[in-house]
Design a protein around this ligand. Structure first.
Ligand code: 13P
Length: 258
């Protein structure tokens, strides 16, 4: 089965509205001469306050080559949840994808596997696509519990989801020690873990579901690493942090996945 590659830029807590508009326009300019059908699914994830501005820039361009994601959501529909944004609110702002369970959210904001599972359900119920993050710390890797930890995160994140919902979801494997450190995980090792994740999905569901779900690698992805990563059997794309903050480097990564 051929899976469409995905290149997603996680802008994290960067870019005021004008900077978000400029970066969005810059990316579209860089991709202007590329055939839309040959491009991977290209996604940008600005911070909440820049979603509206980025969405407007995308709509004004109308090229349909770049899609919008949020970096987080809350799983309840509405109510007295000060400071939170529901999936419906993010959909209303143009988001088609939502990143959940990022290691920074787990570490600094107490996001648990149970919350990730509830968020995944709310996202899918609204017809959006969850980008479910998982990954081990350096201590876990050194203790030899990487596979056990990742399998547990994925099993809990997918609890009670239907096979058809899982098939259209996206998983991002992001080893924590590779995030923002410049230490990219060796691509054969990233591929091994990603194939292991696919096997977990196969065990929970079936071969078709495992063949359909896109699984990305994230952690210090750069223009000069993407080709080798994309050449691996099970890596379907990248979740990019730092290198997604300039149009030139992000576009190079997108083109490296073509
Ligand atoms: P870097 O690409 O900056 O390592 O960040 C990866 C990441 O956390 C994407 O979600």
């Amino acid at each position: 089965m051929s899976r469409k590659p995905v290149i997603a830029g996680n802008w994290k807590m960067h870019n005021l509205q004008q900077a978000a508009i400029d970066l969005t326009n810059g990316i579209m300019q860089e991709l202007k001469s590329e055939d839309k059908n040959a491009l991977p699914e290209v996604i940008i994830a600005p911070t909440f306050t820049s979603l509206y501005a980025a969405n407007k820039a995308l709509r004004d361009c109308g090229c349909g080559k770049v899609r919008l994601a949020a970096q987080n959501c809350y799983f309840e529909e509405k109510g007295a949840f000060t400071g939170e944004c529901s999936v419906q609110m993010l959909k209303d702002t143009g988001c088609e994808y939502i990143i959940i369970g990022h290691s920074e959210r787990r570490e600094y904001f107490g996001e648990t596997d149970e919350m990730v599972n509830k968020k995944a359900k709310s996202i899918l119920a609204e017809g959006l696509v969850p980008i479910i993050c998982c990954g081990e710390s350096l201590a876990q890797r050194e203790a030899g519990v990487t596979d056990y930890h990742i399998a547990s995160q994925i099993t809990k994140a997918l609890r009670d989801l239907s096979a058809s919902d899982v098939a259209k979801s996206i998983i991002a494997y992001e080893p924590i020690w590779a995030i923002g450190t410049g230490k990219t995980c060796d691509s054969t090792e990233a591929n091994r873990v990603i194939a292991m994740i696919r096997n977990v999905v196969k065990g929970l569901y079936d071969a078709n579901t495992a063949d359909s779900i896109r699984i990305l690698y994230g952690g210090s992805v750069k223009p000069n690493t993407i080709k080798e990563q994309m050449a691996q059997s099970d890596i379907d794309g990248a979740l990019v942090g730092g290198a997604s903050l300039t149009a030139d480097s992000f576009a190079q990564i997108v083109k490296g996945a073509m």
